[in-house]
Design a protein around this ligand. Structure first.
Ligand code: ATP
Length: 546
């Protein structure tokens, strides 16, 4: 379908301008194409000319010609009606200039777009890209082959396009889901988890859930959803929900840095004693280190080094830091229990202190990384398969100010994880509060509505290939709408995230309902008092007073 004609080259070297009488089909972000002969290498390796569809994205629009101002003087009368009254034809009155940026033709050998670096001649016909071309070319994913069906394209009628993301791509090169609160981050992340747990993927996923929003993912185990999640070979996903009471770490799994970070303000000599004691304990190769072990060793080292008073001062600090439920060697989290292909484990940390959450992430992900490195280097390992960790409130674990125990290990994984099969998904409503390197290492980005200018700037800096035209859409997106960009896609585009199969737990609190409920409960008291509806006059409260 021809939607316009090229009128002139645009300002940028890849841009051209289309004139069209009808802009309803070609909104900003929509895809169009023209045909042109380009030199390509054929299957025999020879260069030949082939006619190709050259795709372009609409990046801007402005009205070139419209009704005269006088026709619009009365808001109650349409300009068409004024024209009819005056006996003037309205055909061709509206004319729009649409700017488009060339993406390129789809190269079947590269499975990506190649930009021929020529813009179309004035007079070239421009057509709307077909739904099937967009499904095939925007990403490399094939349905049911390790892909995540994420939703459809915003510019097309609902459900007419089916957009899939390659799970291998976003799990190996990391992912970020960034949006203001209430825009659909946890909804979208849950859709991704649902897709990754389907039979064509069977992922091993660990979700760090500081607000307790992901519990309903266990709906995936329900019989009613068996057509979505069960495999023909008997596969069915498992979902484990762990609460803070079930989450303990072994003292021996802490690093010296972890210890320093939880010991209350140690002096230099105290750090020296602790470091020596810790190194000696670690070299004893005992899996189990108790608080007493550390305290005894600290005393020993204090005597050796003539730092007895520092050792004594450390004694209560060690107790204060470690004598807590989080550090329980007997019931600690073991990786094989947490991570298994076909299993999603949700760690609900909503009642856990922020520092403890950061410590937990630090210890867990360091261990995950160590085990994965060991596996890839043919050493004995507890993790013989890749894993994917999803971190809600990512800015808490990898903050821009560096003040989190978990930041160094996450930075390491994000820069090296692809080699060792540890993928990370960072979800956050405050991109400006995430460490710059961490943000820029998340190579697939799902960006939803963002109002805050600081966060918009952080997104602009952190994501490379999203043009200004798409970023300018950010404030206007509604919940569930997203820009997807980066390594998992061949060019950025606007999507409507599909509906969840599992229930969405993270609905906002309905304050008025809760107030009413609580008020009624209080009124009822021990003996029970009449409900307000039963009180005289309650039903007539909207009537005027006599
Ligand atoms: N793809 C979608 N389809 C339908 N509704 C959606 C979609 N995405 C989000 N919503 C709606 O938007 C609401 C907010 O989504 P969600 O809870 O994921 O936001 P959030 O960004 O995680 O918010 P918060 O930061 O408060 O956790 C949901 O309760 C849901 O009603």
């Amino acid at each position: 379908m021809v939607v316009g004609i090229v009128s002139e080259p645009g300002e940028g070297s890849n841009e051209f301008v289309i004139v069209t009488p009808d802009d309803t089909e070609i909104k900003t972000g929509e895809f169009v194409y023209y045909t042109s002969d380009v030199e390509v290498r054929n299957d025999d390796g020879e260069i030949e000319e082939q006619e190709k569809k050259i795709f372009a994205r609409v990046t801007g629009r402005e009205q070139q010609r419209g009704f005269p101002d006088q026709f619009m003087a009365d808001p109650g009368v349409s300009p068409n009606a004024v024209a009819r009254k005056l006996g003037i034809s309205t055909d061709g009155v509206d004319l729009y200039n649409i700017t488009a940026t060339v993406i390129g033709y789809y190269d079947e050998q590269l499975n990506d777009f190649t930009n021929p670096r020529i813009v179309p001649e004035p007079g070239t016909e421009i057509s709307l890209a077909s739904d099937s071309d967009l499904e095939d070319y925007l990403t490399e994913a094939e349905p049911e082959e390790g892909s995540a069906f994420i939703g459809d394209l915003i510019h097309r009628p609902p459900e007419r396009t089916k957009i899939h993301l390659p799970i291998d791509a976003f799990t190996s090169t990391h992912l970020s889901v960034l949006a203001s609160t209430g825009s659909g981050k946890s909804y979208t992340a849950s859709v991704l988890v649902e897709e990754m747990m389907q039979p064509d993927s069977r992922a091993a996923i660990l979700v760090l859930d500081p607000h307790g929003e992901y519990g309903s993912l266990d709906d995936m185990e329900e019989e009613e959803l068996s057509d979505k999640f069960r495999g023909d070979d008997g596969y069915s996903p498992e979902v484990q929900i762990k609460r803070p009471d079930d989450i303990q770490i072994r003292i021996s799994e802490l690093s010296l840095g972890d210890l320093f970070s939880i010991i209350d303000d140690p002096s230099d000599p105290q750090e020296q004693v602790l470091a020596e004691a810790w190194n000696q304990l670690q070299s004893e190769e005992d899996d189990y280190i108790s608080i007493n072990n550390i305290q005894d060793k600290v005393e020993e080292v204090g005597e050796e080094k003539d730092l007895e008073s520092s050792a004594r001062a450390l004694d209560w600090r060690i107790d204060k830091a470690l004598d807590r439920d989080l550090f329980d060697h007997s019931n600690h989290l073991s990786l094989p229990e947490l991570l298994e292909p076909g299993q999603c484990t949700v760690l609900q940390l909503d009642t856990m202190d922020l520092r403890d959450q950061q410590m937990l992430v630090s210890v867990l992900f360091r261990k995950i990384n160590q085990e994965r490195v060991a596996h890839e280097k043919d050493r004995e390992s507890e993790l013989e398969f890749p894993v994917f960790g999803l971190l809600e409130e990512g800015h808490r674990f990898a903050p821009a100010d560096g003040d989190a125990r978990s930041l160094p290990v996450l930075s390491t994984i994000l820069s090296e994880g692809r080699k060792f099969g540890v993928g990370i998904g960072i979800i956050s409503q405050r991109p400006s509060k995430i460490d710059d390197d961490v943000l820029s290492q998340c190579k697939t980005q799902i960006i939803m509505q963002i109002q805050n200018p600081l966060d918009q700037d952080a997104v602009k800096k952190g994501v490379e290939d999203v043009g200004e035209d798409l970023l300018s859409e950010l404030p206007g997106l509604t919940p569930g709408q997203a820009i997807i960009a980066g390594d998992s896609v061949n060019t950025p585009f606007l999507t409507r995230i599909r509906e969840r199969h599992t229930e969405h737990e993270a609905e906002s609190l309905e304050a008025t309902k809760r107030w009413q409920q609580n008020w009624k409960e209080q009124q009822r008291g021990p003996e029970g008092v009449a409900e307000p509806e039963d009180e005289e006059g309650a039903e007539n409260r909207d009537q005027p007073l006599d």
